[in-house]
Design a binder for this molecule. Structure first.
Ligand SMILES: Nc1ncnc2c1ncn2[C@@H]1O[C@H](COP(=O)(O)OP(=O)(O)OP(=O)(O)O)[C@@H](O)[C@H]1O
Ligand SMILES: [Mg+2]
Length: 319
């Protein structure tokens, strides 16, 4: 495929992203002594950084590919939530469709890093399902934006945004619009009705069927997933082994090997995969072409430390 064509096709694609919002924080420091209070290192803070995580990272990935993402989600009306919103705003993402709620606790993951090593991660999260009145506010937001979108992405981190009922409602909405609907799933919300394609990793795919996925059973595994859902295709990401695509039409499983790269940081590769899939499918590309593009984009991201987006230029070089 011509590079110019991909640039042209991707440009301005409107992608609705709905999902769990996660505030990723990093505290960098030096350690030069052990605490007198307990046998633990004392970290002297040099710098702090916050970045949009979860569904907000998917949005960042879509922007890097020159799409126009619309982020819909809920976060806490607390001090972390306000800080998080400010960071989202500063990265240039609209916060118009983010709902701030008093009863919701902002999900924060803070890593403390000294001499390039993570010393500890501190998580603040309550993963209760959202109240019905909050879900109703989300539904209103979705109804307002979805009709103008070229695709929809669900970024499920199992942090409370999605329930089976809500996903049934979403499926019905997208079905009527006939746009690609891409899901980055978690096992507890299987089977994501009406999804066009779902992108589980190994563990998530195993969780769907409550049995281990192996090299040997890969094809029958993918077919069994499709037999229990109404998806058009499933894309199982296999980390260093690449990805496996199985389409309902052919029932065949195609293996797409990972691009050999020096790997630095695999976190966020899954977000890059859904984002690239959404861009490519809304451009009218086949599942196979889209998966190859997503695989190339993911290989860019795993070779980067920290940042987890692949720009359109990096993607075109990697294909
Ligand atoms: N070690 C690696 N070498 C090359 N490519 C890789 C490697 N790990 C991951 N990838 C690429 O990233 C894609 C997604 O990786 P993986 O299956 O680990 O997703 P994930 O577990 O959802 O990631 P995340 O941590 O973002 O949730 C793979 O299909 C592959 O294209
Ligand atoms: Mg993932």
């Amino acid at each position: 495929m011509k590079r110019e064509k991909i640039i042209e096709d991707f440009k301005g694609k409107k992608i609705c992203v709905i999902g769990d919002l996660i505030y990723d924080r990093f505290i960098f420091g030096n350690v030069s002594r052990v605490s007198p209070e307990a046998p633990v290192p004392v970290v002297e803070v040099i710098s702090e950084r916050g970045v949009p995580g979860g569904a907000a990272n998917v949005v960042n990935n879509i922007r890097a590919l020159k799409g126009e993402p619309l982020l819909i989600g809920v976060t806490g009306k607390d001090s972390f939530g306000k800080e998080f919103l400010e960071i989202i705003r500063k990265t240039g993402i609209s916060c118009e469709n983010i709902i701030l709620e008093k009863e919701v606790k902002t999900i924060v993951k803070t890593r403390i890093i000294a001499h390039k090593q993570q010393i500890v991660r501190i998580d603040r999260e309550k993963t209760n399902l959202l109240d019905e009145n909050i879900i109703n506010k989300l539904k209103k937001k979705i109804e307002n934006v979805l009709k103008d979108c070229d695709a929809m992405v669900v970024s499920d981190y199992a942090k409370g945004t999605f329930s089976h009922q809500f996903l049934i409602w979403l499926g019905e909405k997208v079905k009527k619009l006939n746009i690609p609907y891409i899901v980055d799933p978690k096992p507890r919300n299987f089977p994501y009705p009406e999804a066009t394609i779902v992108t589980p990793n190994r563990g998530e795919a195993s969780g769907f069927l409550h049995k281990e996925i192996t090299k040997k059973n890969l094809s029958s595994f993918a077919r069994e997933i499709l037999s229990k859902t109404n998806w058009q295709a499933v894309l199982i990401t296999l980390g260093e082994d690449g990805m496996a695509l199985c389409e309902r039409k052919s029932r065949e499983t195609v293996l797409i090997p990972a691009k050999l790269k020096e790997v630095y940081d695999v976190t966020g590769a899954g977000d890059t995969v859904v984002s690239a899939m959404a861009m490519a499918l809304s451009s009218g590309y086949s599942f196979k072409t889209a998966a190859n593009i997503a695989n190339a984009a993911a290989s860019v991201v795993v070779a980067k430390l920290g940042t987890s987006v692949c720009t359109i230029d990096e993607l075109l070089k990697s294909i």
